[in-house]
Design a protein around this ligand. Structure first.
Ligand SMILES: Nc1nc2c(ncn2[C@@H]2O[C@H](COP(=O)(O)OP(=O)(O)OP(=O)(O)O)[C@@H](O)[C@H]2O)c(=O)[nH]1
Ligand SMILES: [Mg+2]
Length: 313
């Protein structure tokens, strides 16, 4: 017989993947759950390019989350690599969170395609899946949520459906509780203050890319990659040199701006975010370089950390 006292105190441990369409709010959700702005966020689709791990430590146990790139068409080499990263992140997890935009209305064709990808990914290992209906702060008439939830339930056999606002923090306590209820018992595997396995170099590159996504228009975002070239630790400050890679000569002046105003703004804001995230001082030096067709360049993508895997979602 189980003792209710021990059942209550026995910790839970599990791996949870966060998937969904581009722009659904997956990275915002990860950040809200772990309480740090670890994954970069923007209003442009395809912001996240590779899987990002974030650990939540709670009195109920520990959850290792994996934020993933939005599920979209694998039409270029970079997009195929992004989808391989989703596939790898879904593999062997205890639970999947499928994030969808509550304000987007009915289940679109793109959404159905993404759910098909999820279904295929689950074929090898039938893990439970929750629908996280996000951005409910944008739905004024909350009665509209019910038919949306029903439409999703018809499209995919979700174990649970939870409406939330990742931005406002609404519904997140309930979501966490539902996640813990589904996870197996297990001891924590990380120190209580452990946040991620992401190397600081990658965090710096991502923070710089976030500022570029925020400050530049439609033309630039998908053409940009950031590479940290040098990282020198000095007594009170880390000197970081990074290159912003673009595809065309014409994109260089957009990033540099009039009298260097844009690159200065990107650098200043990235430095502030980095200092807040990593809790120490940084000195950032940024360069802009042109590398034609880098998104189709196999060795450059490998250098950026998108390893090739044989499976495609
Ligand atoms: N109003 C509102 N906006 C949200 C909410 N969650 C996310 N957003 C916004 O939605 C946009 C996309 O958020 P992200 O977290 O980058 O979305 P994502 O799913 O990670 O996107 P990709 O990485 O491109 O797949 C950003 O502008 C967020 O601020 C929410 O709960 N409410
Ligand atoms: Mg994202």
């Amino acid at each position: 017989m189980s003792n209710p006292q021990t059942a209550k105190t026995k910790p839970k441990f599990g791996h949870v993947a966060i998937a969904g369409r581009p722009n659904a709010g997956k990275s915002t959700l990860l950040n809200a759950l772990i309480g740090a702005r670890l994954a970069i966020v923007s209003d442009k689709p395809q912001t996240t390019r590779s899987s990002i791990m974030g650990v939540v430590t709670d009195p109920a146990g520990q959850i290792v989350f994996f934020d993933t790139p939005g599920i979209h068409k694998s039409d270029t080499l970079i997009n195929r690599r992004m989808m391989q990263s989703v596939r790898a992140a879904l593999d062997g997890k205890d639970l999947l969170l499928y994030v969808a935009d509550a304000k987007a209305g009915e289940v679109s064709d793109e959404e159905k395609q993404a759910l098909d990808a999820l279904r295929r990914a689950r074929e090898s290992s039938p893990v439970p899946a929750f629908l996280v209906l996000n951005k409910i702060d944008l739905v004024d008439d909350k009665r509209l949520l019910l038919p949306r939830l029903q439409a999703f339930q018809e499209a995919f056999p979700f174990d649970e459906m939870i409406p939330v606002s990742a931005r406002k923090g609404e519904g997140l306590a309930g979501l966490k509780k539902a996640i813990f209820a589904k996870l197996p018992f297990g001891q924590p595997r990380f120190e209580a203050d452990y946040l991620t396995d992401m190397p600081e170099r990658n965090i710096a590159a991502e923070v710089i890319r976030e500022k570029i996504l925020q400050f530049t228009g439609e033309e630039v975002p998908h053409s940009v990659a950031v590479v940290v070239e040098q990282w020198v630790e000095k007594p009170n400050v880390a000197h970081v040199t990074a290159s912003i890679i673009v595809e065309k000569e014409g994109q260089k002046p957009i990033l540099i701006g009039a009298k260097g105003a844009m690159i200065k703004r990107i650098g200043t804001e990235a430095r502030k975010s980095l200092e807040e995230l990593l809790g120490r001082k940084f000195y950032l030096e940024l360069f802009v370089k042109v590398k034609p067709k880098w998104r189709e360049n196999e060795s450059f993508l490998n250098e950026l950390g998108w390893q090739n895997t044989s499976e495609v979602i």
